[in-house]
Design a protein around this ligand. Sequence first.
Ligand SMILES: Nc1ncnc2c1ncn2[C@@H]1O[C@H](COP(=O)(O)OP(=O)(O)O)[C@@H](O)[C@H]1O
Ligand SMILES: [Mg+2]
Length: 297
Amino acid sequence: MTIALEAVALTKAYGSVRALDDFSLSIPAGGVFGVLGPNGAGKSTLFRIALGLVRPTSGSASLFGAPAGDMTSLRKVGAMIETPRYPPYLTARDTLSMLALESGTRDADISGWLDRVGLGGAADRATNGFSVGMKQRLGLAAAFFTRPELVILDEPTSGMDPAGIQEIRALVVDLARKEGVTVILASHQLDEVRRVCDRVAILSKGKVVTEGAVDALTASQVRLRLVASPVEQVLAVLGEKGAADGPDAVLADISRSEAPALIRALVNAGVEITEARWREADLEGVYLQTLKSSGAA
Ligand SMILES: Nc1ncnc2c1ncn2[C@@H]1O[C@H](COP(=O)(O)OP(=O)(O)O)[C@@H](O)[C@H]1O
Ligand SMILES: [Mg+2]
């Protein structure tokens, strides 16, 4: 398996803050990989190191086997970090021409790329009149048009409305599939991540707390949903392992083998159980539960 981004024992210290703390992660080539975590978890620091913008205090990072920051690895990566800023008086077309020159890209199909990201009609307008969504679109074109093997998108839909988020999401998926590019996406939009990403890593305090395929992560955190009355009694029996789910149901964070004893205990306590069903967590549930059990939230 080819590894797109490999971080080995990365530490980045800013004074007493460890933005990354003995951080190791392998991101396979192909597909879309989500990087999740609360603000300050170290996501952007990881990307800055991968792009050669920041030097790690210790440890190493590589892109497709080449050390991060080397010319060979820089040629393989495109990036969009939040809402990109461009020289305000350049048109979208001139902005891409300038970036093509800077990166030494020849024969870039600039008009074609502007069409693909939906900016064909605005190609010759100055970018200072662009909305946030238009700047993100231009940022995506800029990240992909040099034909990199890896594209890093750091919160590409921050500050966008739901319709814009949906469009950018569709565009990212389309580009990742059609260009065969590996995409690493950091986002707080868990729904977006669930729809777009094959695998995710959840970061907290400069470390990876969980990593895996989205399907496997959601399947690994099944809970027993009990529709029962009185709900208060179920919650009392479950203690820390119970959480109310609406007015008449409880989610029990227990293993399969614990279920028969729990149901017996509830019946003995006079609880009426109408329904008991195993339910997979959604990505949001996995995220919150993972951070909770790692002591971060
Ligand atoms: N240039 C910097 N100087 C000082 N502290 C920084 C710098 N960059 C990041 N940090 C700190 O490192 C931690 C991780 O930040 P960051 O990588 O931006 O997290 P995220 O992108 O997950 O929100 C935070 O505590 C942040 O304040
Ligand atoms: Mg960040």
